[in-house]
Design a binder for this molecule. Structure first.
Ligand code: ADP
Ligand code: MG
Length: 680
């Protein structure tokens, strides 16, 4: 098998130089990859029905004989149309094909074919438009459907796969050795590859699928875990194993139990034998920032520097404001570094970081710039990690020599998935909100009720509170949705006495910051904004949020948005406005209205949108999953995780019988090029 990954796809029988690039585009530059290009579906040709039994409006397979040579018709625009009459002895059916000049040569009078397509027409005369067809003798059982592309049909791929299978040694070397297959009830690789492409039966296909899914999860998990093990290098930045009691005195509140636990876990890591790699996962508002501040404090007290990276300038600015307010009284020198930092100031910051005079720097991607170098970087923190790739995380870490790493994420994900997504990290969960928080009331209304909602908002402004009005677009577009500018005008008219600010992604960062500061300080009462406020923004006096065109957002995004309110001691309300009628949309929004638990929401989101979106940005730098599905194949995932742990824990993986498996892990991760090659 391994050698087939060396064999270029163009060397395969039937694949010429011309089609080579097409296969490459599909992710199969080699013969080995082609065998791993699994069908995305299967068509059952094995159970043809009589024309009389074919169900109208559904896809049916019918065995029938061509009665007359296809008749050619010319229709409007010079297009060609072919009508073909076929019979199964009992009844006739009409087939229509458009613009396919080959029909007369492909369908011969007197010959029998299987036709597959949606049945239209009526009970008296059934029809199929542009059905697929195969000569009777070629149409056997289940036919694989591949992700075809322009110039490369599923059928061509299928025949190339047939040729590729012939090149496999019999039996091929299996990266999963016999005792492991036995332990986990898995079939042999050779059987799995045969069956996944050309299944003999449902049952055999299922066996093949399970085996391949298991293998895929296992490889991913082994790779991630061994990257993590590799980081078990020496801890070059030890801190004292002491809870930072001095720090807690700087806080205006006392820590929650969960915050305290997370800090203890992290301090233990940082004082241990190897660098910390920890994820702090906590729902919006659970107080991740205080945890980050505590750890910065520890590291800085031990004479080292800390850096924190956030995905937006607003957020970086806000973290800077809160961390510097907390830590400067303790003598910490902190700076903010973003894309809009002026050149002169930038130079000073670079200088200060290099000499160690600046102990804490908070910023955006700007922290990754060439000029940024540290005197002694002890701790790297990335906030809202789901917006960063593995690669960016490690680029910041490489600014130091094996610094401690803390990743903060507000996306609550089930633990098994977290293990896969963040398989290379230890996890602390903030499962407790600061005391005194009230449940956020959420309402779902349609736009005719907007005036009432506005009056409700006004009432809160009168009581001295603030509010967010979220609308989706920057500019007016043809869909009739309002732009921030337009909406702002409406808002100003409806709230003539209120101080209203506008915020959107295309503003210059200085402007954004100014608006945000005015809102934070309470000078602005209402903030009309796009989702730029989505991530992390913290204004406890803001207690009301109105979201226009709520149907436009995914559940997790809504949850992030709603997390901007309910942050202080006042009761908060979120109002979703939508005129959407679509059943699924309404269901989704109602679920959101009735649920405040981030884990439940993330779960539902995962089910609704599939893992693609969810893992999208995060998967960057990880091998792509070809057959396994993080949500649907959870049972297999758990088994594979178990297996990976056993193999690494007992050091079995280094045995001779696992040579093939080790090589596979390496190959996958090297291909993904995430800069972290597993050491096996
Ligand atoms: P997130 O986890 O969403 O990043 P933040 O760190 O922004 O949450 O904290 C949300 C709000 O809760 C902030 O106003 C913060 O000052 C406050 N807060 C954090 N921890 C506590 C606590 N233990 N007691 C009271 N308020 C807290
Ligand atoms: Mg936050």
């Amino acid at each position: 098998m391994a050698s087939l990954f060396q064999m270029k796809i163009t060397e395969l029988k039937g694949v010429g130089e011309k089609r080579g690039p097409l296969y490459e585009r599909l992710g199969a530059p080699t013969v080995g990859d082609l065998l791993r290009l699994y069908p995305r579906a299967y068509e059952d040709w094995g159970h043809p029905v009589l024309i009389s039994a074919a169900v109208l409006g559904e896809v049916n397979v019918v065995r029938a004989t061509v009665v007359r040579q296809p008749e050619e018709h010319r229709v409007k625009g010079g297009k060609l149309l072919y009508k073909v009459t076929v019979t199964d002895e009992e009844s006739d059916m009409t087939l229509t094909f458009f613009n396919n000049r080959y029909i007369p040569t492909l369908l011969k009078k007197g010959e029998t074919y299987l036709f597959r397509g949606k049945v239209t027409g009526g009970f008296l005369r059934k029809e199929m438009v542009s059905p697929q067809f195969l000569p009777e003798e070629k149409a056997q059982g289940v036919v694989p459907v591949y992700p075809a592309t322009q110039g490369l049909s599923s059928r061509m791929i299928s025949s190339a796969v047939r040729n590729a299978l012939k090149l496999l040694p019999q039996p091929p070397r299996d990266p999963l050795p016999p005792q492991l297959r036995k332990q986990y009830h898995l079939c042999h690789l050779g059987f799995a590859l045969e069956q996944i492409h050309f299944p003999g039966s449902e049952k055999e296909l299922e066996l093949a699928r399970t085996r391949l899914i298991f293998e895929e999860f296992l490889l991913l998990q082994l790779g991630l875990l061994s990257i993590k093990n590799r980081r078990r290098e020496k801890n070059l930045h030890p801190v004292k194993n002491e809870f930072p009691t001095e720090f807690t005195k700087l806080l205006p509140f006392s820590l929650t139990g969960a915050q305290e636990r997370a800090i203890r876990e992290a301090v233990k890591d940082m004082s241990g034998p190897s660098p910390m790699n920890r994820l702090v996962q906590g729902d919006v508002g659970s107080g991740k920032t205080a945890v980050a501040a505590a750890l910065c404090y520890c590291v800085i007290q031990s004479g080292m520097q800390a850096a924190m990276m956030a995905p937006t300038e607003i957020l970086a600015g806000q973290h800077y404001a809160s961390l510097s307010a907390l830590l400067e009284p303790a003598g910490v020198k902190a700076t903010l570094l973003t894309g809009s930092t002026k050149a002169k100031e930038k130079a000073e910051i670079y200088q200060g970081l290099q000499t160690g005079e600046i102990q804490l720097t908070i910023g955006t991607h700007a922290l990754l710039s060439e000029g940024v170098a540290f005197q002694d970087l002890g701790l790297v923190i990335t906030d809202e990690q789901h917006r960063f790739g593995v690669e960016q995380r490690s680029r910041l870490a490489h600014k130091g020599s094996s610094p401690h790493l803390l990743v903060m994420s507000a996306t609550p994900i089930p633990r098994t998935l977290a293990l896969m997504m963040y398989g290379d990290l230890d996890i602390s969960v903030l499962d407790e909100l600061p005391p005194g928080r009230q449940k956020i009331e959420t309402y779902l209304i349609d736009s005719p009720k907007r005036p009432r909602a506005f009056r409700f908002v006004q009432k809160h402004l009168d009581e001295g509170r603030q509010g967010y009005l979220i609308c989706p677009l920057i500019e007016e577009d043809e869909t009739g949705m309002m732009s921030v500018e337009e909406y702002g005008k409406l808002v100003r008219k409806c709230f003539p006495t209120a101080a209203v600010g506008l915020l959107h992604g295309r503003m210059k960062s200085g402007e954004k910051e100014a608006v945000m500061n005015e809102f934070s300080s309470g000078r602005l009462q209402l903030l009309v904004s796009t989702t730029v406020v989505e991530v992390g923004v913290d204004v406890p006096n803001a207690v009301i949020m109105l979201i226009e065109n709520a149907e436009r957002y995914g559940l997790s995004q809504l949850h992030q948005l709603r997390g901007r309110i309910g942050r202080g001691r006042f009761k908060s309300t979120c109002i979703l406005i939508t005129d959407a009628q679509n059943e699924d949309t309404v269901k989704r929004l109602k679920l959101f209205r009735d649920t405040s638990d981030g884990f439940q929401i993330a779960d539902a989101d995962l089910k609704l949108r599939g893992p693609g979106d969810f893992f999208g940005s995060r998967q960057h730098g990880l091998p792509k999953l070809k057959i396994a599905d993080m949500t649907n194949d959870l049972e297999v995932l758990k088994k594979a995780q178990q297996c990976a742990k056993e193999l690494l824990g007992e050091n079995r993986l280094m045995g001779e019988e696992y040579r093939e498996l080790r090589a596979e892990v390496k190959r996958l991760f090297e291909k993904a090029g995430n800069g972290g090659t597993p050491v096996l």
